[in-house]
Design a protein around this ligand. Structure first.
Ligand code: ADP
Length: 327
């Protein structure tokens, strides 16, 4: 749906922010751009809604060049959430959320219903919050409003630039969980910038790792972890602290997932072609098997107790990174 074709961005000081980028972001996908500071993530994001002009190449949305869209319509149809929440301080929460729907000339009843629905969807009681000013909300609550405001006009695409990085860890984790649930339900395409690997693993359908304005690897979380393309990608996961490193060194065992019930319980019936892993096996062995198999049977004390899939693994790694802090 969003296609980058040989897209480059040069800033006037001859700074090449993005080099010949080719991306295909699918409909309904949660697409994460990650990489160290200055690698071109924000520039990539802002070229989609034309906040930054492209120097070379073309971006298409639904097979139409973004340069051919009316710029206002393009921006209305693309929600945008920033780290600095950017709610208007003198407007109430409901007025903040209503901005785009009102620009789109929705009738009052529809706008009101939308505000109620959106506030409920992120756990903010509509009657309690709609008349408040942003300053009467906590940082986490304000960012929730920031997120639903971006959704208010029912855009097909939402761009998010480090939206949760200023939040405390608990609010951040809660909002991450909410946004995943929300996205599954509303089926929007989300392009999400972060430098936090835990966040990328927790959220992304695909993760695009960037370095010096170029894509190093664009893949599913499982493939990025189990099959990093080069040392840069691998080190990006490993960096940080010993806790993170031991995930990749295989010091965890399959048993660690089982202990926290991170597997799919089911009654075993003999099936051919199923691959079995012992719970004493290393985590690394599990990752290798998951490269080729969607579902692995897991054996504990000689008995098959269930299956493990890549979602379980990604959740596990994400939880370990969360415990160990930022990457
Ligand atoms: P990231 O989001 O990954 O931190 P950016 O996209 O913000 O990276 O920046 C990529 C590169 O482009 C950096 O080297 C940055 O200094 C440069 N850059 C970004 N915005 C501008 C600008 N307005 N003028 C000149 N250089 C810029």
């Amino acid at each position: 749906m969003i296609k980058f074709e040989n897209v480059s961005k040069y800033y006037p000081n001859d700074n090449i922010a993005v080099k010949s980028l080719n991306l295909n972001i699918r409909d309904g996908e949660f697409f994460v751009l990650i990489g160290p500071s200055g690698c071109g993530k924000t520039t990539t994001l802002k070229m989609i809604n034309r906040l930054v002009d492209i120097s070379q190449g073309t971006i298409y949305i639904n097979n139409k060049k973004i340069s051919e869209y009316n710029i206002h319509e393009l921006r209305w149809d693309i929600g945008y959430v920033l780290q600095q929440i950017g709610l208007f301080p003198h407007m109430t929460i409901e007025e903040n959320i209503a901005i785009v729907p009102e620009l789109k000339k929705w009738d009052k009843k529809k706008v009101n219903e939308r505000i109620t629905e959106l506030l409920e969807s992120v756990g903010l009681e509509p009657d309690k919050y709609r008349k408040r000013k942003p300053s009467e909300l906590s940082g986490g609550e304000q960012q929730r409003v920031g997120v639903v405001r971006a959704l208010a006009g029912d855009p097909k695409i939402i761009l998010m630039d480090e939206p949760f990085s200023a939040l405390d860890p608990i609010s951040r984790q809660k909002l991450q969980q909410d946004i995943v649930k929300l996205q599954k339900r509303i089926e929007k395409t989300i392009v999400f910038v972060t430098h936090d690997m835990q966040e990328a693993l927790a959220l992304g359908d695909r993760i695009c790792v960037m370095k010096d304005g170029e894509v190093v690897q664009c893949d599913t979380p499982t493939n990025i972890i189990s099959n990093p393309k080069n040392d840069f990608v691998e080190n990006f996961f490993k960096s940080g602290n010993a806790y993170n490193t031991c995930v990749l060194k295989g010091e965890y065992k399959v048993k660690d997932l089982i202990d926290i019930e991170l597997y799919n319980h089911y009654k075993y019936k003999t099936q051919n072609n199923n691959i079995i892993i012992d719970d004493e096996s290393s985590f690394e062995d599990l990752l290798k098997l998951l490269k080729d198999e969607e579902l692995i049977l897991v054996r504990h004390k000689g008995q098959i107790i269930g299956t493990i899939d890549s979602n379980n693994v990604v959740k596990f790694i994400s939880m370990q990174l969360e415990k160990g802090g930022d990457v």
